[in-house]
Design a binder for this molecule. Structure first.
Ligand code: FES
Ligand code: FES
Length: 173
């Protein structure tokens, strides 16, 4: 088994490690970097629990070798908090009851983030397609879709221009 040195950025932090060349990416993240928000469900590319962002794309880390991410930018769920606060997407999952056991949640949120970063206002069909590789046994998906839609419509709301004084006066209370 060959030892290789890999360099990449994980959650914005430069990382350089010597690893076995056959080490899976999921094991590199969980065991070498202690990023245990990356979950292992099936280990075969079927459940999406191990989803991370690789250069902005959602990928199954159980299907990749760590040596394949040389020079790449990786994001795990641990990298989403902003100044110690949950990001808006994480908070939306809580607010919409989209988390039960939580095992699928990190991967689900990262698939949603990959979608929203490219398409801030997805349709329900686009949302369902984006999370189709992430299995959830608990929530029945509607709450998850609602959480992702809440972010999308919030963004729309923020982008609306402020009401004029006349509109403000006529606004229903
Ligand atoms: S653990 Fe990777 S897809 Fe299931
Ligand atoms: S919340 Fe339990 S598997 Fe999704």
């Amino acid at each position: 088994m060959a030892i290789r040195t890999i360099s990449c950025r994980v959650n914005g932090v430069p990382v350089q490690k010597e690893i076995d060349s056959d080490l899976r990416l999921i094991d590199f993240l969980r065991e070498n970097l202690q990023l245990t928000g990356v979950k292992e469900g099936c280990g075969e590319g079927e459940c999406g629990a191990c989803t991370i962002l690789l250069n902005g794309e959602a990928v199954n880390s159980c299907l990749m070798l760590a040596v394949q991410v040389e020079g790449a930018e990786l994001v795990t769920v641990e990298g989403l908090a902003e100044n110690g606060e949950l990001c808006r997407l994480q908070q939306a999952f809580i607010d919409n009851g989209a988390v039960q056991c939580g095992f699928c949640t990190p991967g689900m949120i990262l698939s949603a983030k990959a979608l929203l970063d490219k398409n801030p206002h997805p349709t329900e069909e686009e949302i369902r397609r984006a999370i189709s590789g992430n299995l959830c046994r608990c929530t029945g998906y509607q709450a998850i879709v609602d959480a992702i839609q809440a972010i999308s419509s919030n963004t729309l709301h923020v982008q609306q221009p402020p009401l004029s004084p006349a509109q403000e006066k006529d606004r229903p209370q």
